[in-house]
Design a protein around this ligand. Structure first.
Ligand code: KIV
Ligand code: ZN
Length: 389
């Protein structure tokens, strides 16, 4: 349910396009359909389903995702070339809500590759965006490597893209080079400077090379961007893209300082995170924010004791809100007596204070030798304490 007091931020997921571009993350056709269905089901506004000209397989996947979609906008990527845009349109056109996303590298380094002058590139942008807009009334345009493009030239090409009919202007930090204050300043200055900026949605697309993708995306939103491009688990080229689960939970948890709303059903986060990890073959690091195995786990005695008394002592989000059954208090060498007692109770074993003391000594001895102490270990310790005692 949208909160009317907050500004809406659109979530654009590119797991199936930028995410799948990570070396080794290729997904099968059926896996892509499954992920698209999960994304739509969790409330993603725009799904970038692939790069239709890249391969026959990509084309088919985008076309079938488009055909099966209901609410989400289905987007395909195209370079600034007419055949690319036509192929993209062929793939997305059966979606009830199609979008063409076309891009070109605008920084000096990227302009040198097709060897275009600034004027030649500007003409190409006008021609390709106009062509896309003649096919589809929802067109996104991206100046690739925007954060390393000269500001004046960036303003000029964005103005051209808007005049040619682009409805969303996406600002990619292609190589994860920017930092939060710079990200915010760039979006703010573009919105203030470019004629027609108020008629389009500004979007942020960040990569995580310096570990700042989430911070840069949120800074861009605070400065006026209203679309965040992201992927599940932060899957993506090199160090990955902005992680969907991080920006969504940050906006939800810190709505007091970032009053923005998304339509994401956050309780679906864990399920899709696990599926994306399985189908891409990319494990999620244990301490990854929101979806890591340890994100809601506490081992130290002080933390476990606090959590048993009041979960807010060491958790700023409820595990249930991201689709977990609850907090986990794994027993290890840092655990204290309170957690051991709680575990015994959970296992249906009530013990007196003296017995608890005895089991605790045995437990510490075992925990010094073992990374994690499992339920079976605890039950064996109880039996041993009863037998010896
Ligand atoms: O990182 C990037 O610049 C991209 C563009 C194609 C939007 O993924
Ligand atoms: Zn990217």
């Amino acid at each position: 349910m949208t909160d009317q007091t907050k500004d809406r931020v659109y979530i654009f997921d590119t797991t199936l396009r930028d995410g799948e571009q990570s070396p080794g993350a290729t997904m099968t056709h059926d896996e892509k359909l499954e992920i698209a269905e999960l994304l739509e089901d969790m409330g993603v506004d725009i799904i970038e389903a692939g790069f239709p000209i890249a391969s026959e397989g990509d084309f088919k996947a985008v076309a079938e995702i488009a055909e099966r979609s209901k609410e989400s906008v289905i987007c395909g990527l195209a370079r600034a070339q007419l055949p690319d845009i036509d192929r993209c349109w062929e793939a997305v056109k059966r979606a009830p809500r199609p979008r063409i996303h076309t891009f070109i590298g605008t920084s000096p380094l990227h302009r040198a590759i097709p060897d275009l002058t600034q004027d030649e590139m500007a003409e190409r942008i006008f021609e390709t965006v106009t062509h896309a807009r003649n096919l589809c009334d929802n067109v996104q345009w991206s100046p690739m490597d925007a954060t390393r493009t000269e500001f004046d030239y960036l303003c000029r090409v964005i103005e051209i893209a808007i005049k040619a009919g682009a409805t969303t202007i996406n600002i990619p930090d292609t190589v994860g080079y920017t930092a939060p204050r710079e990200s915010a300043n760039l979006i703010r200055r573009l919105i203030e400077t470019v004629p027609g900026a108020d008629e389009v949605i500004f979007s942020t697309h960040c990569h995580n090379d310096l570990g700042m993708a989430t911070a840069n995306s949120l800074a861009a939103v605070e400065a006026g961007a209203r679309q965040i491009e992201c992927t599940i688990n932060g899957l993506g080229e090199r160090a990955g893209n902005t992680a969907l689960e991080e920006v969504v939970m940050a906006l939800r948890t810190r709505g007091d300082i970032m009053p923005f709303d998304t339509e994401i059903d956050t309780r679906k986060i864990m399920q899709i995170s696990r599926r994306v990890s399985t189908v891409s073959g990319f494990p999620v690091q244990f301490n990854k924010a929101i979806v890591g195995k340890n994100a809601f786990a506490h081992e130290s005695g002080i933390h476990q004791d606090g959590m048993l008394k009041n979960a807010e002592t060491f958790e700023i989000m409820r595990p249930e809100d991201v689709g977990l059954a609850g907090t986990s208090l794994p027993l290890g060498k840092h655990s204290g007596r309170a957690a051991l007692r709680a575990k015994l109770k959970e296992l249906g074993t009530e013990v007196g204070d003296n017995q608890l003391k005895d089991i605790f000594v045995r437990f510490k001895d075992l925990a010094d030798r073992k990374k994690e102490v499992y339920d079976e270990d605890i039950l064996a310790l109880v039996t041993a304490a009863m037998t010896d005692g």
